[in-house]
Design a protein around this ligand. Structure first.
Ligand SMILES: *[C@@H]1O[C@H](CO)[C@@H](O)[C@H](O)[C@H]1NC(C)=O
Ligand SMILES: *[C@@H]1O[C@H](CO)[C@@H](O)[C@H](O)[C@H]1NC(C)=O
Length: 389
């Protein structure tokens, strides 16, 4: 009995101590909370039930608990599997995921977008916010995509519920995109090789300022550049950015319409999405905390593969983007409208809906900021890695 007990104490507490110190070393707030809770839970149980080492052993197993370790499948993926036989061979490099929140009105554009992402390298997931799933059936890739439908829900609502980090753990990069992006000048293969080579944990394709409404100079495409990690904006409009600016929106920042996350940065970003704040305003400015280190180095805008942001009035999306930028004292660098001939006529109730969404988004933004401040105040162990900047 004795040796077994000692062994169990050893294997229960050592990983916790190791994790705790590893995590303190990394200094990521979200991981700290996660592991600290785990550590405390284990510690308390150990104290109370010191004699019942067997029970402690079970309690401290982070996964599966009562199952033999080898049978526990902690993570999963979004691969569809055949009813018999083996799945078709995909490419050797790890798969990636493209998830888009869609309504049937943008079907044509979404079709063009999805066709840029080869099924051999990408799992495709559509979040239908208008309940129309059947309308997509005729598209050749539709049967290979995962369709999730929930009426009037936002991209962030879907992402929080259906892109849990353990569900998407297999994917090297997660593209969480809006449906109103023009991808004529975007090649995903080249994009992937650039972000890998540049070590970008969080990125986005640059926005074409000629054809899009640009809210932040930082995300606008720079000519003759492959990637940029900071911008200088001495005269405005919007927030000023200097050579030595250290934070968003001058560096370490992406917008919410076309972010691309590495596996690790997505785990962190997923933690940051609040269940009840569905418009996710304010998240963009904090994403630097998910950059796995230096946000200026690890977040970048890819200029050579760029997109147009049509800014169509979708599910509150573009309307909120617009208000978002105004709210922060930015005004458009370029007022050119999409001119795609697909703009939905602004009916009165649609406009009312958008105003209501905008109002709600402001409230959520305040809420999020306050929660962040409170969390920082209350977590004595958390150190702001960017506080000296
Ligand atoms: C969804 O939103 C639209 C307005 O954008 C509204 O007309 C409709 O009733 C909503 N549907 C549900 C089920 O809430
Ligand atoms: C962060 O990265 C940028 C760009 O690579 C670099 O200039 C800067 O010195 C780095 N900051 C720190 C604190 O390492």
């Amino acid at each position: 009995m004795e040796p077994k007990k000692r062994k169990s104490l050893f294997c229960n507490c050592l990983p916790s101590v190791f994790l705790l110190s590893a995590v303190l070393f990394i200094g990521s707030s979200f991981l700290v909370t996660d592991y600290k809770e785990r550590f405390l839970a284990c510690h308390i149980i150990y104290n109370i039930e010191a004699t019942k080492s067997k029970m402690c052993e079970n309690q401290c197993r982070p996964e599966g608990r009562t199952l033999p370790r080898g049978i526990v499948s902690i993570t999963t993926d979004l691969e569809m599997r055949p009813l018999w036989g083996r799945p078709k061979k995909k490419s050797k490099s790890p798969m990636n995921l493209l998830a888009i929140a869609v309504g049937i009105k943008q079907k044509q554009n979404v079709n063009v977008m999805v066709k840029k992402f080869p099924l051999t390298d990408f799992a495709i997931m559509l979040f239908h916010y208008d309940g129309n799933v059947d309308g997509w059936k005729e598209l050749e890739w539709s049967n290979y995509a995962i369709h999730v439908s929930a009426i009037n829900q936002t991209k962030w609502w879907f992402a929080k519920r259906f892109l849990h980090p353990d569900v998407v753990a297999q994917y090297a990069y997660i593209f969480l995109w809006d449906e109103d992006l023009g991808v004529e000048n975007f090649h995903v293969g080249r994009y992937l090789s650039i972000i890998k080579k540049e070590g970008l944990q969080i990125s986005q394709p640059a926005i074409d300022p000629e054809k899009s409404e640009v809210h932040y100079k930082f995300t606008a495409r720079e000519l003759n550049s492959k990637v940029h990690r900071r911008t200088i904006n001495l005269r405005g409009p919007g927030r000023r950015c200097y050579e030595d600016s250290t934070g968003p929106p001058c560096t370490g920042f992406v917008e919410m319409m076309a972010p691309v996350f590495s596996r690790e940065s997505w785990r962190c970003a997923w933690y940051m999405i609040q269940n009840d704040l569905v418009h996710a305003w304010g998240l963009d400015f904090q994403l630097g905390y998910c950059a796995q280190g230096n946000r200026t180095a690890n977040i970048g805008i890819v200029d050579s593969e760029y997109v147009v942001h049509f800014g169509l009035p979708t599910l509150g999306g573009s309307a909120s983007d617009k208000a978002n930028s105004e709210d922060r004292g930015q005004s458009s660098l370029n007022k050119a409208s999409p001119d795609q001939g697909q703009k939905v006529p602004s009916e009165r109730d649609q406009a009312d809906g958008r105003n209501a969404v905008r109002k709600e988004s402001y409230i959520e933004l305040e809420n999020f900021k306050n929660r962040w401040k409170k969390a920082v105040r209350e977590d004595e162990c958390w150190v702001d890695p960017f506080s000296s900047q």
